[in-house]
Design a protein around this ligand. Structure first.
Ligand SMILES: NC(=O)c1ccc[n+]([C@@H]2O[C@H](COP(=O)([O-])OP(=O)(O)OC[C@H]3O[C@@H](n4cnc5c(N)ncnc54)[C@H](OP(=O)(O)O)[C@@H]3O)[C@@H](O)[C@H]2O)c1
Length: 300
């Protein structure tokens, strides 16, 4: 991939130390952009990424950061990416998903960047679904963040596009307790993975596809204020994804479905890939089995 439109631009990537942000940053560097990563932890800048240390929940820090970087584009990927329902998730989700977004919007509004791209989520409620209430502290914080972006676009003509990101997998995943790394590592060690019923269907998208989709959202003209699905449009039963993974890693193991309780209020959502193709001329390329093989090779 090479996106000449981004050559020589200053791009701020929040969450650049995370799973999606690190893959995105590497791709932006290849396109000739000056990439600024932000992390709460100290990281040495190198020829590729200029690192800034700070916490986006601190508005005065965000103001300083934006004033010093003056980014042409911002990809806001930083967040608390945890779907658990317990009340301990409320404050970290509120602070790291919602407050960080509002801080960036307020601060960037003074400088007029070309576009901000927010990583939204499939977990956000959708008008017309049978259950409209947000299903977790994560879901409500992402939904509120998307709505702030829409309000900034409507009221202040702020150039923001929301990527509705579906279930991402692939090499570089940070949290090894997430479903696929857990299944791969457990099975590779000869142990039985303990799982939920596996009856939820999800739209799984490979990391390289997410990266190219996000970059399209920065460069395609005329899509400000819109939410655009970045997924494959294909639903796969979690049980089938797990069984395929186990077959590829260690076919002698039989995963234990039903050992862990299902999360309440789980929704089934698929990307509207046809609409995305029409709007940004992009679609996902990597099929599930090829993507799983790459993930497995990266872990075992
Ligand atoms: N992964 C998925 O399947 C998926 C699906 C839908 C949507 N998304 C969205 O995509 C984005 C990226 O997800 P991911 O899986 O790449 O997440 P991740 O690996 O957990 O990375 C998130 C990053 O956010 C940074 N961060 C969190 N709070 C921060 C704060 N207050 N200030 C500065 N940095 C902060 C962390 O960096 P430091 O710890 O270095 O500070 C962390 O590396 C998130 O917005 C998520 O909601 C992901």
């Amino acid at each position: 991939m090479h996106f000449s439109e981004l050559n020589n631009s200053d791009i701020l990537v929040t969450g650049a130390s995370g799973f999606i942000g690190s893959a995105l940053s590497a791709e932006l560097v290849k396109s000739g952009a000056r990439v600024h990563g932000i992390s709460r932890n100290f990281k040495e800048s190198n020829g590729n990424i200029q690192w800034h240390q700070g916490d986006l929940t601190d508005l005065s820090y965000v103001d300083q950061l934006i004033e010093s970087v003056r980014p042409d584009y911002v990809f806001h990927l930083a967040g608390h990416v945890v779907g658990r329902r317990d009340v301990q998730q409320v404050m970290p989700s509120f602070n790291n998903n919602l407050l960080t977004t509002v801080h960036l919007l307020v601060s960037l509004d003074k400088y007029k960047c070309k576009r901000m791209i927010l990583a939204g989520s499939l977990e956000e409620p959708v008008f017309g679904d049978n259950v409209f209430e947000p299903s977790s502290p994560y879901a409500v914080s992402k939904f509120a963040a998307s709505n702030y972006c829409k309000m900034f676009h409507q009221l202040y003509q702020f150039p923001v596009t929301i990527a509705k990101v579906f279930m991402v997998y692939g090499p570089g995943v940070r949290d090894l307790k997430k479903l696929l790394p857990y299944v791969i590592l457990t099975t590779a060690n000869g142990n039985v993975p303990e799982l939920t019923s596996g009856t939820r269907k999800l739209d799984w998208i490979y990391i390289d596809d997410i990266v190219s989709g996000l970059i399209h959202l920065a460069i395609v003209p005329g899509i400000e204020g819109q939410t655009i699905d970045i997924g494959t449009g294909k639903l796969t039963l979690t049980r089938d994804v797990v069984e395929l993974t186990v077959k590829l890693v260690n076919p002698d193991i039989k995963p234990h479905f039903g050992a862990v309780e299902d999360r309440v209020m789980e929704q089934v959502r698929r990307a509207n890939s046809q609409e995305t193709l029409e709007k940004i001329s992009w679609k996902a390329k990597i099929d599930l089995e090829s993507g799983l093989k790459k993930l497995i090779n990266s872990l075992v």
